[in-house]
Design a protein around this ligand. Structure first.
Ligand SMILES: Nc1ncnc2c1ncn2[C@@H]1O[C@H](COP(=O)(O)OP(=O)(O)OP(=O)(O)O)[C@@H](O)[C@H]1O
Length: 775
């Protein structure tokens, strides 16, 4: 039914503001929306593929008649009738401009139709199998001819260009097993570099099941991440210098050093993005840029460069080291002791590196140093290079043959994971990248399920629609772990996480970083709101002092004043002395403003804090801090969207506290086995799921705002990396991919992602399987 009773009046979904649907949905979860006839609670259903409707669990004929009667009445011309145009269900009486059409009415989902006809894969497995390949095949581990070529090419430099889902892991494990058990090479000769410790473990486990393999062989194999392997070498040669207690293994340990350096130049500890500074320093180190070689481009980087210098000096005084030092240390060791290097060169005559597209400079240099024998096998997919922010660069792979002119290339282009429809959609997008090897993946089977695009109003509705969709599918027999929801950034997942918390569906969160409500700028806004309620909230006072650009010492003064003068913290703030006159004026106006704030609804309150209470200045200063990925102003916009869903400040703050507590609880609960996976695209790399949802496929979402900004400044590289992220996301799907294109983001109308446009256009780029870049 389309009518219900809510807040003392009858409402119709045809005329009810779309902006308010989500609040209505939440109200219906709390039984506040009822049937107009029997007043039993009804639930608003916001689903991907059906127009919204109220679900009545105890529907009687009378209820239905009353609803139909009321719908008719409300559809009289003065109430507005509906008509359908281009798939939009539109109320006639409401003047709707073309712009508004997309956002104010529910729109039917659409399929990606730009799919070339499916051609059954050519025979890729030649004739009768024999020997080792046959043995493996009998164990259910088949190989196509290209895969087998990759397995058996053991001598000389080889690049395995492995498209998404083309069996890279299978090839790498079989290749190592082949060398050990068929060619009887000593395991001590092999080094296998993996991208994660988990991948190394998985490969060893797989190898253990191969014919003639035994644990003794596997135990002698040097397999692991760059850090693990080179740290082991360092420990062997310089055990005291690299003793594990000296490792700064935790972020907070490294940040503590930066903070102590920051105090030397008066950086405010609470308000500086030290986490970003650490990432920047690590980026410089991975590029082998010592402080004297760094060229800064803005004042923020200048500050970070100072911190970098001091960070290195303090570490060296304490004789401690970080993860980046492990690789730089190994490089120095080999440079200073050529004898040591040549020992390793003689020992490790067969080197393989997985996920080579994500290597950075120092890793590249170490591998180049080590592989004198030239028996180097690199495996990767330039289209899946997504770690530029950590210093990785696909050009190491693209230009690899410059260092190894006799390089043999093996291309794995059969995709064994996804349907033809999914593979073609991903292909339509990635071919717009200029810097890549030309290649096309070929799927093994096709499916009736075309990739789907759906159109929620905003992030809130997006999350609700996905949760409802998954719920319905689980009711029909799917398992929770059949589903994954991918997002570009952690903050994009806020609404989604909250909707899952409210649902009964088991889910697992794979993300770094804190809860949205603990983010620096969000905490500041919440501090104002909390103090409007409790003028003596000590935690909120600490955050407020930062937002007002006051030194942390002021906190003590405020607390003393409040005791001596028997007044609240807010009144005490107005009495603080010894500060600049303009600051004093600002503080004196605060008590009256907090009084005002108390009376406002959550959304209006945040606008008031921004405009009248100094938050805008704080956000602006944060924006100048050089952090392109993470903007405080975006956080405020996101928070406003949450605020819109609540009628009172009290309810809003209660919701925030509940969600923050639940977030921590769920984040710690890492062991859920049969759960929906919520993860960033970065974390989804190498994984596969039956059903994938990708959220926020809009300009600014993916591609991320920072890439669009770079593009405006003439730098196309970040946009290409975003395109690769989109490619990685889509190619995780085995059976279905559903792409969400909300009309609004952070309260503003947004355009669908340019990648959505690309995926709806059949790629006409000429295909070759011979390699060579598009440029
Ligand atoms: N020759 C083959 N025949 C049948 N299935 C295969 C074959 N090779 C690989 N597979 C299957 O295809 C799927 C994808 O393989 P795998 O995960 O190794 O791909 P990948 O290249 O590592 O993917 P990505 O780079 O996208 O993470 C797996 O389920 C694997 O078991």
């Amino acid at each position: 039914m389309n009518v219900a009773f809510y807040q003392g009046k009858i409402i119709s979904l045809f005329t009810y503001e779309r902006e308010l649907w989500q609040a209505l949905y939440l109200a219906s979860l709390n039984n506040k929306v009822t049937c107009i006839h029997c007043h039993t609670p009804v639930q608003l259903q916001l689903s991907i593929d059906e127009p919204p409707t109220f679900i009545h669990s105890q529907l009687t004929e009378q209820c239905l008649e009353a609803a139909i009667e009321m719908e008719k009445k409300l559809q009289q011309p003065e109430h507005g009738t509906t008509h359908v145009t281009n798939g939009f269900q539109l109320p006639k009486s409401r003047m709707i401009s073309h712009q508004q059409e997309n956002s104010h009415v529910w729109k039917k989902p659409e399929f990606v139709e730009a799919i070339p006809p499916f051609q059954a894969a050519q025979q890729t497995t030649s004739g009768n199998l024999s020997g080792y390949r046959k043995e493996l095949c009998e164990r259910g581990i088949q190989f196509d001819d290209s895969q087998w070529e990759a397995v058996t090419t053991t001598e000389g430099p080889v690049m395995i260009l492995a498209g998404a889902g083309s069996g890279k892991t299978r090839v790498l494990t079989a290749r190592a097993a082949y060398m050990l058990t068929e060619l009887h090479y000593s395991p001590k000769k092999l080094i296998m570099v993996t991208f994660t410790a988990k991948a190394a473990k998985e490969m060893k486990e797989r190898m253990a099941t191969y014919p003639n393999m035994n644990q003794t062989l596997l135990n002698q194999l040097m397999i692991g991440t760059f850090h693990r392997i080179f740290y082991k070498i360092l420990l062997h040669h310089e055990p005291k210098k690299w003793a594990s207690p000296l490792l700064l293994s935790m972020d907070w340990q490294r940040q503590a050093i930066l903070k102590s350096a920051g105090r030397e130049i008066d950086i405010d500890e609470k308000d500086f993005a030290y986490d970003q500074a650490l990432t920047q320093i690590s980026w410089w180190k991975n590029h082998m840029l010592t402080p004297d070689l760094v060229k800064t481009t803005n004042p923020w980087e200048e500050k970070v460069l100072y911190l970098y210098k001091r960070y290195e000096a303090i570490k060296s005084e304490n004789q401690s080291f970080d993860f980046d030092d492990m690789l730089l240390g190994a490089y120095d060791l080999f440079k200073k002791h050529p004898d040591v290097l040549s020992r390793y060169q003689r020992r490790f005559t067969y080197v393989s590196v997985d996920e080579f597209q994500d290597t950075n400079k120092i890793q590249y240099e170490l591998i180049a140093m080590l592989t004198k024998s030239n028996n180097l096998c690199i495996v990767g997919d330039d289209d899946q290079s997504i770690y530029a922010f950590r210093g990785s660069d696909p050009s190491f792979m693209l230009h690899f043959d410059r260092s190894y002119p006799h390089l043999k290339k093996v291309i794995l282009n059969q995709n064994y994971r996804s349907s033809h429809e999914i593979v073609s959609t991903a292909h339509n997008i990635i071919t717009s990248n200029r810097t890549r090897f030309q290649k096309q993946l070929i799927a093994q089977q096709h499916s009736e399920q075309l990739p789907l695009m759906f159109y929620p109003f905003n992030q809130e509705e997006e999350a609700t629609m996905i949760v409802q969709d998954i719920k319905q599918k689980i009711q029909k027999g799917h398992q929770p772990n059949d589903f994954a929801i991918l997002f570009r950034t952690n903050t994009a997942a806020r609404a989604l996480i909250e909707r899952f918390i409210q649902s009964s569906i088991p889910f697992q969160l794979e993300m770094d970083g804190e809860s949205f409500y603990k983010r620096r700028t969000v905490r500041k806004v919440l501090a104002y709101l909390r103090l409007a309620f409790d003028e003596n909230d000590p935690k909120a006072l600490t955050d407020l002092v930062g937002a007002l650009f006051l030194k942390q010492e002021v906190i003590q003064e405020v607390k003393s004043l409040s005791i001596m003068e028997d007044c609240s913290f807010i009144d005490a703030l107005a009495k603080v002395n010894g500060i600049q006159p303009f600051q004093q004026r600002k503080l004196r106006s605060l008590p009256a403003k907090f009084n005002e704030l108390h009376k406002l609804q959550p959304y209006e309150a945040i606008v008031f804090i921004e405009r009248e209470m100094g938050l805008a200045d704080y956000v602006k200063k944060q924006g100048n801090e050089g952090n392109k990925m993470d903007r405080g102003s975006d956080d405020v916009k996101d928070l406003k969207e949450v605020a819109k869903q609540h009628e009172s400040l009290e309810a809003f703050l209660q919701y925030v506290d509940h969600m923050t507590a639940k977030f921590e609880e769920f984040r710690l609960q890492r062991s859920a086995t049969n759960a929906v996976q919520l993860l960033t695209i970065h974390r989804s790399k190498g994984l596969e799921f039956k059903h994938v949802y990708l959220i926020e496929a809009v300009e600014g979402g993916i591609p991320h705002d920072y890439a669009l900004e770079a593009l405006r400044e003439g730098d196309k590289k970040p946009l290409e990396e975003e395109r690769r992220l989109m490619y990685v996301a889509i190619t995780r799907a085995i059976d279905t991919i559903s792409i969400s294109i909300p009309s609004k983001r952070r309260g503003k109308q947004v355009q669908r992602s340019r990648f959505v446009r690309e995926m709806n256009q059949l790629s006409t780029r000429k295909l070759t399987h011979k390699g060579g870049t598009n440029t």
